[in-house]
Ligand binder design. Structure first.
Ligand code: ADP
Ligand code: ADP
Length: 230
């Protein structure tokens, strides 16, 4: 589903990704773990073209990212929802309108029967039916991330990219959000990639994990293979 092939990326003289290769299969909850500065976030942003790279390739659903024009790339981006540590909600929009925002960006009618139903289903999925009229400032961190998740799913993506999505949340809320990601993976058949520095996140939901250090992949495997002492 996503193949990363000998990827190199630098900012000026700073080499951030060095010969990174692995593949993410459909249905995976794939973790990318490493310390701050390891290059995780940059790598994730290479998947959907938010960052460019100098060498190697990222192939998404058979399409080589570096060969796409702007329009083709935007269609790949549509297939990949993304959530962030800081939620990135629009403060002047309520919950419902935040979720509907990507529809407007894609010139879809948020008031069509189909899209209204879709937003209803997403509100239900993330458990925020009662909060539809609330504004982000009236929500807890966990609730904000639930809104962000619903928004990331509104265009029916195949893949959900999560950049330190639980790093700003306390442990119980983190577990709730991770359980929601598991449900999304199982019930909606969405491939999930999580970037994190938290081992607990990997242990709780990932079936595969890549360990990144100083821009290199040190190992790739099942979490139990990586973390159980020999
Ligand atoms: P991680 O997500 O693992 O914390 P990042 O991908 O955010 O790592 O960053 C990897 C390295 O690249 C860090 O040294 C960071 O300072 C650097 N970096 C990230 N973005 C930029 C940028 N836009 N310009 C220059 N350096 C950057
Ligand atoms: P995150 O919380 O995702 O790790 P970062 O602090 O790494 O975020 O980066 C925040 C933003 O700043 C990103 O757009 C990243 O590309 C940019 N950035 C990070 N490090 C640098 C740097 N050394 N020089 C310039 N921009 C950077």
């Amino acid at each position: 589903m996503i193949e990363i092939q000998n990827l190199y990326k630098s900012y000026g003289n700073l080499e951030v990704l060095k010969d990174v290769s692995f593949s993410i299969e459909q249905g995976d909850i794939f973790g990318i773990i490493g310390q701050s500065g390891a290059g995780k976030s940059t790598l994730l942003r290479c998947f959907n073209g938010l960052e460019s790279f100098q060498k190697g390739e990222v192939v998404v659903d058979g399409k080589a990212i570096s060969s796409l024009d702007k329009k083709q790339l935007s269609f790949v981006q549509k297939e990949m929802g993304m959530i962030f540590q800081n939620f990135n909600l629009l403060n002047r929009l309520n919950v419902y309108d935040n979720i509907a925002l990507p529809l407007k960006f894609w010139k879809q009618d948020p008031n069509s029967q189909e899209n209204k139903q879709r937003i209803e289903n997403l509100l239900k999925l993330v458990g925020l039916e009662e909060k539809r009229h609330a504004y982000p400032r009236q929500l807890s961190g966990g609730q904000k991330q639930r809104v962000a998740i619903a928004r990331a799913l509104v265009l029916n993506p195949k893949i959900l990219l999560c950049d330190e999505a639980t790093s700003a949340l306390d442990p119980q809320i983190t577990r709730d959000i991770l359980n929601l990601l598991l449900k999304i993976n199982k019930e909606m058949n969405i491939t999930i990639v999580v970037v994190t520095h938290q081992m607990e996140v990997i242990k709780q939901i990932c079936n595969k994990v890549a360990f990144l250090k100083d821009g290199r992949v040190l190992s790739v495997g099942k979490p139990e293979e990586l973390f159980v002492a020999p």
